[in-house]
Design a binder for this molecule. Structure first.
Ligand SMILES: CSC[C@H]1O[C@H](OP(=O)(O)O)[C@H](O)[C@@H]1O
Ligand code: ADE
Length: 308
């Protein structure tokens, strides 16, 4: 599918959409290029497709690969985020299929979360800042409030009887790939979890380290296993994702229209995150302790980093 496309693109691409389960491509868009940059952390999950929206380039990346061949713990999130940054991306809208932990979040509803509980198990590489360069970024608010506001403004793009876009909520990001036990599902509810997935992390942490504004949009496909209705299985997720992908398409179009307005240019360029990670790194490891290989990797993310 990507074979005949140009492998270079001559303009920076500032906005990316990451698609997950059941959203391996964005319907209605014809790619104009397929980029596959090699980063210090390897290649992205799939070639990054460049799509045109009203004459503006937008990047699309399939998180689990073109054929959904990467399990959640195998997604090369560092390469994905670094590759997107290298082509100019400063804002990411990331889609995710999720289980609902709340009665009022029905399958086919969408949620724009504002918090995460980390239930991954430390088996996924989760930072750019290691191996001789230490950095600690703030992560109190893991998503981008400015992008969330833009998504909220586009809620009317959602179609379907009773289908809702919920603002705010807590994503529990579990390790997987097996679904939760009933005891775990109930525990997450007692912790205040709204929805559950296997993909919010380390993606959101790495975006923050890369000074990229990042907002996840969760698409409910099931009630996990706490509810009296049927327990989640893959068939159920895929069935609901077929419907959700239509709403994702409507919502993406509206969100891109909004983001591409002149008034949102600073937001899209993540001016509000600029310098945050760079400060977090430069003050930590003293020059004599820095590993040149690690410094080179940071330079890939932030060209000119060590000269400034
Ligand atoms: C097939 S259900 C579990 C799978 O679906 C979600 O994927 P994504 O977040 O990429 O849409 C969830 O996180 C799991 O990876
Ligand atoms: N119940 C669930 N648990 C984890 N990830 C999911 N993705 C979709 N449904 C899910």
């Amino acid at each position: 599918m990507t074979l005949d496309l140009p492998t270079t693109f001559d303009r920076p691409v500032h906005i990316a959409v990451i698609g997950g389960t059941g959203l391996g491509k964005l319907e209605g868009y014809t790619p104009v290029a397929a980029l596959n940059p090699e980063t210090p952390w390897g290649y992205p999950s799939s070639p990054i497709l460049i799509l045109e929206h009203n004459g503006h380039p937008v990047a699309f990346l399939a998180r689990h690969g073109l054929h959904h061949q990467l399990a959640p713990h195998e997604v090369p999130s560092r390469a994905n985020i670094a590759a997107l940054r290298s082509i100019g991306v400063r804002s990411i809208i990331a889609f995710s299929a999720v289980g609902s932990l709340r009665e009022e979040i029905k399958p086919m509803d969408f949620v724009v979360p504002d918090q995460i509980i980390d239930r991954t198990k430390g088996v996924r590489p989760f930072t750019f800042f290691e191996g001789g360069v230490v950095g600690h970024v703030g992560f109190a608010d893991p998503f981008d409030a400015g992008l969330a506001k833009v998504v909220q403004k586009c809620a009317d793009a959602m179609r379907g009887d009773g289908v809702r876009l919920h603002m705010g909520g807590v994503v529990v990001c579990m390790e997987g790939p097996q679904f939760s036990t009933r005891a775990e599902s109930n525990l997450y509810r007692s912790w205040g979890g709204s929805v559950i997935n296997m993909s919010a992390l380390p993606e959101a942490k790495l975006a923050r380290e890369a000074e990229i504004a990042y907002q996840m949009i969760c698409m409910a496909t099931d009630y996990d296993c706490w509810h009296e209705s049927e327990d989640v299985d893959v068939a159920m997720v895929m069935k609901y994702m077929a419907a959700n992908s239509q709403n994702a398409k409507h919502l993406v179009a509206a969100v891109l229209d909004e983001l591409l307005k002149q008034e949102n240019s600073d937001l899209v360029l993540a001016k509000h995150w600029e310098g945050s990670a760079q400060g977090a790194v430069k003050f930590m490891t003293k020059p004599e302790g820095r590993n040149p290989e690690a410094m080179k990797r940071i330079e890939y993310l932030f060209p000119g980093f060590w000269n400034e």
